[in-house]
Design a protein around this ligand. Structure first.
Ligand code: GRG
Length: 298
């Protein structure tokens, strides 16, 4: 019987949300303004795709994942920081995110910058806290921290964001678009899968296969995001529709049109599933996640 991906996602999201609630100080904790802003964006209804990918990758290798949850939580903190900063007037200048006013619209720019800084830094505080992660041996934790920091930094998400910003309104070629996609969005998604693999002590071949899976899911996710920017409904995607075109950003649909982009997204998702050939039924959630990523409506 195929797994019901909607139920799987809902159950995992609940676990991640509970973990995040414990990891992040209460909104009233001093200094309250920053904690309130952090929580406002963190609990605005994100899908928790990155932590869920980490958990599903570890499960595919037969691992128990309770001790992976704080690590998954740290991935979500970094992702949320990137969204808050991406929405700032100096970057994408967006008013809506996850269906509500962006962090800077609600709390002001300085508070939003600091909330992002707080989330990013807290992620590494959690990852290096032996009280929270005592079940994970130090050498494995260091490999996980290296994976996450590399994917979030200039060789990953920050680098992708830089090239994205510098390309706005310019005629970029397809390799540049690929660089932006694989770095801005793909790097953290790939890292999420690899973190689950590292946690579960994947063998070399399993690690390579999961890396290929993560890369393909990352690309499929971003092509789907490009498509949703054209075809999505604001109530569903939780942000303004058509913002890529307005900002003069090159996307998959602007290179290939909608139909071809949809075809490519489906092909890349199929390739992600192919990468899991050597895995058994325990990898079914990963397989279903690859399909979900391209068929999602938000
Ligand atoms: C500011 C360093 C820095 C980086 C920002 C991730 C990012 C880089 C910008 C976000 C811009 C954007 C809309 C990218 C498209 C793909 C993406 C990351 C979408 C949002 O992720 P979801 O769909 O969001 O997982 P939720 O709200 O469900 O968590």
């Amino acid at each position: 019987m195929p797994i019901d991906i909607k139920t799987y996602l809902a159950r995992k999201k609940e676990l991640i949300d509970k973990t995040l609630d414990k990891l992040v100080p209460p909104a009233k904790a001093f200094p309250a303004s920053v904690h309130e802003a952090m929580r406002y964006s963190l609990f605005a209804g994100g899908k928790r795709v990155r932590p869920i990918l980490a958990v599903a990758a570890a499960e595919a290798l037969g691992a128990k994942t309770a001790d992976l949850l704080p690590i998954g939580g740290s991935l979500e903190l970094i992702h949320t920081y990137s969204l808050i900063h991406d929405d700032l007037p100096a970057m994408d200048d967006d008013d809506f995110r996850r269906g509500r006013a962006t962090c800077h619209k609600k709390f002001g720019e300085a508070a939003a910058i600091l909330a992002g800084d707080g989330l990013l830094t807290m992620a590494f505080e959690i990852l290096s806290d032996p009280r929270r992660l005592e079940a994970v041996p130090a050498n494995r934790l260091i490999a996980i921290i290296k994976e996450i920091s590399t994917a979030s930094g200039v060789c990953g998400m920050v680098g992708g964001q830089v090239v994205d910003m510098e390309s706005e309104g310019k005629e970029v070629d397809f390799p540049t678009l690929e660089y932006i996609h694989t770095h801005k969005t793909g790097a953290l998604i790939r890292a999420s899968v690899r973190v689950g693999a590292l946690y579960a002590r994947a063998g070399k071949r399993q690690f390579t296969a999961l890396t290929h899976y993560g890369e393909r899911v990352g690309l499929a996710f971003q092509i789907a995001d490009d498509i949703l920017d054209v075809t999505g409904r604001q109530e569903e995607i939780g942000k303004d529709v058509g913002s890529d075109i307005r900002k003069g950003k090159k996307t998959f649909p602007s290179f290939y049109g909608l139909e071809e982009s949809r075809k490519r997204a489906a092909e890349v998702a199929d390739k992600a599933v192919e990468a899991l050939q050597g895995f058994g039924r325990a990898a079914d959630p990963l397989r279903e996640l690859a399909k979900y990523v391209v068929n999602r409506v938000n």
